[in-house]
Ligand binder design. Structure first.
Ligand code: MTE
Length: 326
C-alpha cells in the first residue's frame, strides 16, 4: 500500500483562483513585466503562427538523455508540469534581452566544446567537458517547483546531478565558505537588455554559501523534459535551487569557484535593496515593488495563463532547507 504524505505544495481546490482575481492579477503582471504577457507566448514578428511554432519546436528539440530515472523524492505529482513550449518561450536570460521572448536570440549561444572550470579553494581543481560530467556524476530527473522573484512560477522536470557530488569530487579546502557561478559572456553575441541601470556588471554571477551548495536540493541541470538543455534554459549546464528565487540559478555556467569570502553577484550589485544574496522564497518578505504573498502558476499552453496560488516559505521545501537558516 502506498501511503502518501501530502507535501507542502499540495493545493486544495479552495486555493484555485477565481476568474475575477485571475484577470486582476493578469492585468497587474502585464504592467509589471511588460513585454510578452498576454500575447501568444511564442509568436515572432514577421512570421506566421505556424512558422514561429516550428522554430520554437526546433529550438526545443535536443538529444535525449538516457537512461534516465526520476528521483522519487522529487516526483511532485501534486501540480501539473508546465507545458514545455511555454517554459521554453517565457524565459529570463538578460544577456539576450530584457524581455521574456529571448528564445530565438538565445540560439546564438555557442555551446559546442563547452568547458566548465572548477577552481579556487579546492584540492582537485578540474576543467570538465559535458561528456565527463555525464559519465562522472549521477544523472537523474527531479521535478521541482520553480519560482521567479517576479512572482511567476512553474513546475519543471530538470535532468542533472546534485551539487554535493561536485563538492565530493573537487574537495573544497577548509577555507572555502562560498561558491561563485559565472555564466558564459560574449558581448559580441549578447546584446543585453535595452533598459539601463548604468554599467551592467557582466558576466552574470551568482553565489551560495558552501552549506547551501551541499544541501540535497541544490542541483546542476544539464537537461529538461528528458533532453539536453535548450539554449534558452541555459545550456549546457545551469544551477537550479528550488527553495530560492530563480535569479539565483545562473545559466550557461562556465566557471565554478570556491572562495573564502562572499563574492559580489550580478543582481545584488545592480540593485542590492531588491535582490538579496540569500533570496529564499518567503511570502512574508515583499519585494520592494510587489508582494510575494502569492504567485502566478503557469502550467498549460499554448497561451500564457496563470493560476494564483499562495507562496510557501522556501517554496514548500522547508523540510530540506529550514535548518540552514536558524
Ligand atoms: N542566468 C543568466 N546567465 N542570465 C540571466 O538573465 N536569469 C535568472 C536565472 N538565471 C538569468 C540567469 C532568472 S531572473 C530566472 S527567473 C531564471 O534564470 C529563468 O530561467 P528559465 O528561463 O529557464 O525559466
Amino acid at each position: 500500500m502506498i501511503i502518501r504524505n501530502p507535501k507542502p505544495w499540495h493545493n486544495e481546490r479552495s486555493q484555485i483562483t477565481s476568474k475575477r482575481l485571475y484577470l486582476k492579477r493578469r492585468h497587474f503582471l502585464k504592467s509589471l513585466i511588460g513585454v510578452g504577457i498576454g500575447a501568444t507566448a511564442f509568436s515572432l514578428t514577421g512570421c506566421t503562427q505556424s512558422e514561429s511554432e516550428q522554430a520554437l519546436k526546433a529550438s526545443l528539440k535536443r538529444p535525449k538523455i538516457s537512461p534516465l530515472s526520476t528521483n522519487p523524492n522529487f516526483s511532485n505529482l501534486e501540480r501539473p508540469i508546465t507545458d514545455e513550449k511555454l517554459a521554453g518561450s517565457y524565459n529570463n536570460f538578460y544577456e539576450f534581452g530584457g524581455n521574456k521572448s529571448i528564445w530565438l536570440k538565445a540560439q546564438d549561444l555557442p555551446t559546442e566544446d563547452w568547458k566548465v572550470e572548477v577552481t579556487g579553494l579546492v584540492k582537485n581543481p578540474k576543467t570538465y567537458d559535458l561528456d565527463e560530467i555525464k559519465k562522472q556524476f549521477p544523472i537523474e530527473e527531479r521535478i521541482y517547483r520553480f519560482r521567479c522573484v517576479e512572482a511567476w512560477s512553474m513546475v519543471l522536470p530538470w535532468v542533472g546531478f546534485p551539487m554535493k557530488a561536485l563538492i565530493k569530487a573537487v574537495e573544497p579546502t577548509s577555507k572555502a565558505k562560498f561558491v561563485r557561478f559565472t555564466s558564459f559572456y560574449d558581448e559580441k553575441i549578447m546584446p543585453g537588455p535595452t533598459f539601463h541601470f548604468g554599467e551592467l556588471p557582466w558576466p552574470y554571477t551568482e553565489s551560495l554559501r558552501l552549506d547551501e551548495m551541499a544541501n540535497e536540493l541544490a542541483f546542476f541541470a544539464i537537461g529538461i523534459y528528458g533532453e539536453e538543455l535548450p539554449k534558452q534554459h541555459g545550456a549546457p549546464l545551469r544551477a537550479v535551487l528550488p527553495w530560492k528565487y530563480g535569479f539565483k540559478g545562473a545559466k550557461s555556467i562556465a566557471k565554478v569557484e570556491f572562495l573564502a569570502e562572499q563574492p559580489a553577484t550580478y543582481w545584488n550589485t545592480l540593485m542590492p535593496n531588491e535582490y538579496g544574496l540569500i533570496a529564499n522564497v518567503n511570502p512574508e518578505v515583499p519585494h520592494p515593488r510587489w508582494s510575494q504573498a502569492t504567485e502566478n502558476f503557469i502550467s498549460e499552453g499554448p497561451d500564457l495563463s496563470w493560476e494564483i496560488k499562495e507562496t510557501q516559505l522556501y517554496n514548500g521545501y522547508g523540510e530540506y532547507v529550514a535548518n540552514l537558516y536558524s
